[in-house]
Design a protein around this ligand. Structure first.
Ligand code: SF4
Ligand code: SF4
Length: 354
């Protein structure tokens, strides 16, 4: 489990255990949920439609054997059911927001009953934009329920009537892989529910989503030119786990994601000019497009690298990038190439001749 999330989760549980620290515990829980939701937002905002129904670990044993879409649906259906039907005793967000229809889901269940290819087929049917809106509304609504819960309610337990209400709602499939959930939830008190559906369950699925998207990005980059249009190296990029290269549909480079069409202006411009990359462009040094925007602190170092490629070629450049990572400890190239493209080129050339 991610160390930071795991530690926050543990600390939150300890704080919730005592009346004196209970409020602090709830605040920490909401902070943890915010961090985890940020990961979901980045995934939803970054990838092409096909990414949400791929199962790159289909035969694995674990949460990562599912799809990105299924994971989001499953986390928030469970939370919606537990927060509203069980704890608050009111209507679920799925109903009040008319989300089943908007999302296009054929089921209202948690999805536990789905197996293998059924998960991919189910995921294909979901409208990701509305699925994300649903997830967000559930998250905010639960945060509000959590904020209003008193310490004295932590030990509240659930009755047979609650169990029957859940079963009658049809939100949990009668399949043996799903129906146990009702006993599981009703066997816990409110604090027990906070420890699982509202926190740990998120961590486990968000981590699985990270594994899925890392693999999708890695697969997308296979056989693709690792030199980015702007002159950076995708093989050495610190965003490598998030981005599948500007030469694929999995482009999550920051200068792609800030545009509505998710296309980096450098990539678009190179394609329009029918050139391999900015390193083939005569306007390179004066260009202010996309990644070369003057207020981007990586602009000059990207240009230095494009200028190096122009002089020495891509093969020499990629070899040099590998050597630089052996010789220096850095994340972004501007840390060693600085903010002057000509100086940056000189540094690269000196390293090349070393
Ligand atoms: S952010 Fe740019 S350099 Fe990094 S992997 Fe994506 S396209 Fe390649
Ligand atoms: S004008 Fe700028 S963005 Fe376009 S190809 Fe030339 S250097 Fe790249």
């Amino acid at each position: 489990m991610d160390k930071e999330w795991s530690e926050k989760n543990k600390r939150m549980q300890i704080l919730l255990g005592k009346e004196a620290t209970y409020r602090e515990g709830i605040e920490l829980l909401i902070e943890l949920r915010k961090e985890l939701f940020e990961q979901i937002s980045q995934i939803v905002n970054g990838y092409p439609a096909e990414a949400y129904y791929q199962m790159p670990f289909a035969n694995a044993d674990g949460y990562h054997s599912k799809t990105l879409a299924y994971s989001i649906w499953h986390i928030f259906r469970i939370e919606d059911i537990v927060a509203h039907t069980l704890i608050a005793g009111d209507e679920q967000i799925l109903v009040t927001g008319g989300y089943q229809q908007k999302i296009g889901s054929p089921v209202i269940t948690t999805g536990n009953e789905l197996k293998g290819q059924e998960i991919a087929e189910f995921s294909k049917q979901l409208n990701i934009k509305y699925l994300y809106e649903y997830a967000k509304e559930v998250m905010l609504s639960t945060n509000s329920i959590l904020t209003n819960l008193e310490y004295s309610q932590m030990k509240t337990r659930f009755s047979d009537a609650d169990r029957e209400r859940l079963a009658a709602s049809g939100c949990v499939s009668q399949d043996e892989n799903a129906f146990w959930l009702i006993d599981y939830w009703c066997g816990k008190d409110v604090r027990g529910l906070i420890k699982m559906p509202f926190s740990r369950h998120w961590i486990m699925h968000v981590e699985a989503m990270r594994r899925i998207k890392n693999k999708l990005c890695k697969d997308a980059r296979k056989g693709v030119d690792p030199v980015a249009y702007c002159g950076l190296s995708c093989d050495h990029c610190f965003l490598g786990e998030w981005c599948g290269s500007c030469r694929t549909e999995y482009n999550v480079c920051s200068y792609a994601t800030i545009y509505e069409d998710r296309k980096c202006p450098n990539a678009v411009c190179c394609t329009e000019k029918n050139i391999d990359g900015c390193y083939e462009c005569p306007e390179l040094e004066d260009c202010t497009k996309g990644f070369y925007t003057p207020d981007n602190d990586g602009a000059a170092s990207a240009k230095s690298q494009a200028m190096f490629i122009k002089k020495y070629g891509k093969k020499a450049f990629l070899e040099l990038r590998g050597l630089l990572h052996e010789r220096y400890d850095f994340v972004k190239t501007q840390e060693i190439l600085g903010q002057d493209m000509h100086q940056g080129l000189k540094i690269l050339e000196n390293e090349h001749l070393r």
